[in-house]
Design a protein around this ligand. Structure first.
Ligand SMILES: [Zn+2]
Length: 398
């Protein structure tokens, strides 16, 4: 080949390479901060066909791509992609107004949103390329089909991560006394004592378990702050339990007994809600644009978020109620119930609320203020938790 030929070949190749490369591959820079790798949200949405909606006040954000949703929150190491909980070693952050997602989240987003693409890392950049040129055209359809299946799929009760911490939440506190009984007895003083006994009991029985309270003294803690404390403890390969302790009240002073609640946003008609969710889901995938789509997506996303956690919470509630019945047989078991409690609503782990008795019942309030009875309640709740963990961890892989 002559020199001229070589030059000619180079000029011929350049346009071919240029036209091929942007089609076949997309790349995005990684940002390193304190030895941690991030992807900027700005880069993500300008490189890929995704839309981000971020709430500055709550720090919650959502990424949308053809009906697939990824939910993230600043300062949390967990992300929800479709109905899967993804955990990393460090949280998503906000720096100088820019949202930075851990690299691992980005990888999972790509895996879920673009199943026919491969992911690779090279010199401060990640490369996303088509697995096969032919499949890419029909891949959009597959993504849509795949996302549709998430809703119908039956979600297993046992999680993939072992329970490694427990959050005890004594109801009320500080300026919020909770329910007030005869003689001015306040709910917040009873809940903190039971929580104290429960913490001691669990620490004694479960040596390796991390146990934390949302409050140790008589102080006011915001309801959303309580789940935030718990959610921040979620890390890769770790799951937790959230136990909120309360005392009930009724204008009917004869009512007494204990009950355990788990979250349900529409307690009266669960079945109708699931059906509606499924119907809405179909509408989302059929609609191509418009604001309404997002509202529907958000509706379905809220249900997906709670489905698995709700099942686990129901299981936990059953165990606690059963063991409370054993430890305080003198009281009346009012069973496991569903209700929409704000304190449970944002939880990303199994969460229950125990109403240990009635402050409005003269006989019961007397017992509730006695250290012995408080300890018995703590043991009942504690045994329920321990048995639930045994069953839950038995079903996890690791
Ligand atoms: Zn309460």
């Amino acid at each position: 080949m002559t020199r001229n030929h070589k030059i000619f070949l180079c000029f011929l190749l350049i346009p071919i390479l240029l036209s091929f490369s942007p089609e076949a591959e997309k790349s995005i820079r990684t940002i390193e901060l304190n030895n941690k790798q991030y992807i900027s949200m700005y880069d993500l949405t300008s490189t890929f066909d995704m839309q981000n909606s971020f709430d500055i006040i709550t720090g919650k954000g959502k990424l949308f791509y053809k009906g697939a949703i990824a939910v993230y929150q600043i300062d949390l190491s967990v992300m929800l992609i479709n109905n899967k909980l993804i955990k990393t070693h460090y949280p998503a952050i906000r720096k100088e107004g820019e949202i930075l997602l851990p690299l691992k989240f980005f990888e999972k987003i790509i895996n879920e949103f673009y199943p026919y693409y491969t992911y690779s890392e090279k010199q401060s950049r990640v490369y996303i390329s088509h697995k096969s040129e032919n499949k890419t055209i029909s891949s959009q359809e597959s993504v849509i089909k795949k996302n549709r299946e998430y809703i119908k799929e039956d979600i297993p009760i046992s999680g993939t991560d072992k329970i490694s911490f427990i959050i005890i939440d004594p109801g009320h506190g500080g300026k919020d006394p909770g329910a007030i009984g005869k003689g001015g007895i306040q709910e917040k003083h009873i809940t903190i004592k039971i929580a104290y006994h429960l913490e001691r009991y669990l620490k004694n029985k479960l040596k390796k378990m991390k146990i934390q309270s949302t409050r140790k003294s008589d102080r006011f803690v915001d309801l959303s702050k309580r789940t935030e404390i718990a959610n921040k403890m979620l890390k890769k390969n770790e799951n937790g339990l959230f136990i909120s302790i309360h005392v009930n009240a009724s204008i009917l002073h004869s009512i007494s007994g204990f009950e355990t609640y788990f979250l349900s946003q529409n307690p009266s008609n669960e079945e109708a809600r699931a059906v509606a969710a499924m119907e809405n889901n179909v509408i989302i995938f059929e609609e191509n644009s418009g604001r309404k789509k997002y509202n529907d997506v958000e509706h379905v996303e809220a249900i997906m978020l709670t489905t698995q956690i709700q099942k686990e919470s129901a299981g936990l509630a059953n165990y606690i109620q059963k063991y409370l019945q054993k430890s305080i047989p003198e009281s009346i078991s009012k069973g496991v119930k569903k209700a929409d409690f704000f304190v449970l609503r944002d939880s990303l782990m199994p969460a229950v609320l125990v109403e240990v008795g009635y402050i409005s019942n003269t006989k019961e309030v007397k017992k509730l203020t006695q250290a012995n009875y408080q300890k018995k309640i703590a043991c009942g709740i504690g045994d329920g938790i321990i048995e639930f963990i045994k069953e839950y961890n038995k079903n996890t892989k690791k």
